[in-house]
Design a protein around this ligand. Sequence first.
Ligand code: NAI
Length: 328
Amino acid sequence: MKTIAFFDTKPYDKESFLKFKTDELNIRFFENKLNADTVSMAACCDGVCAFVNDSIDRKVIDELEKFGVGVVALRCAGYNNVDLKYANGKIKILRVPAYSPYAVAEHAMGLILTLNRKLHRAYIRTRDHNFSLEGLTGFDLKDKTVGIIGTGKIGIVFADICKGFGMNIIGYDPYANPDFPGKYTDLDELLQKSDIISLHCPLTKSNSHLINEETIAKMKKGIYIINTSRGRLVDTESLIDGIKSGTVGAAGLDVYEEETALFFEDYSEEIVRDDKLSTLISMPNVIVTSHQAFLTREALDSIAKTTVKNFEDYFDGKDSENEIVVNS
Ligand code: NAI
């Protein structure tokens, strides 16, 4: 029997993992996020299960190695929260490369439809018996140009959804995908031609703050920016300036660069001391969701199934195609 320290547990995680776990795995569910202060909870465990806002940095890796933990299985696709180079040779890092690209792509379209047709505002109005349509005018998506940055699994599903709406689809990706139903351009052309830009690339060292003052200046006036990928792809200050100047017409953000300390928790009874986030939330043309794009039943089940398999493969000494290998 192997024991897993499961960090940042939410009730929906427990439900799906208890459904798929085998008798060989004993899972200890912790609500805390994994970081240097909480890593001691993994002492006496054989493996760790971590999520997007857990931090697998040098200190955490050193401690896990000391405890004899040989594997961290991420129950997500992105791995920007892991010091991969430092982990190399010390701890195996496994992930769930794909679980439901539909979940994320559909959420991105949900943000566009809500922002464009002002559904978030209409919902509040009619609850207050205010049936005025003033200020609720949207635009047809048909024939508008959507620019997709990152045309991997999620970007392709999102492109297919946009195709269903009759949109012109353009994309930017250093690696062309034969399944992409649109036309590839360079980044500058995409920035200049798009009415809506949706981010579907991973966060890497070289694309941090890809959306910044300079790139926003190249966009059409009224551009919609949708980010369901990783918060640090967007420089929040430049985004706020862009919205204030009117260049950015709307922003749909499922991720936020400083989300780690806030997202997945209930702070409704407290004063949140993050002025940038408060400014964004106060804007009528911004919707912030707290990293929920993945959250469908199908995705949760698929994440649990693959993660349990990742642990099984590791403990059985099998190579796994889901191991993240560092190219040094
Ligand atoms: P994927 O690996 O299938 O596709 C990523 C694509 O981005 C690849 O085609 C790659 O060539 C491209 N790319 C890499 N660097 C780029 C750059 N600088 N500019 C443009 N394209 C670039 O990944 P997948 O499954 O489509 O996921 C994409 C991202 O979505 C993940 O990395 C993760 O950050 C995010 N995500 C967010 C979730 C949420 O709940 N909000 C859930 C799952 C993933």
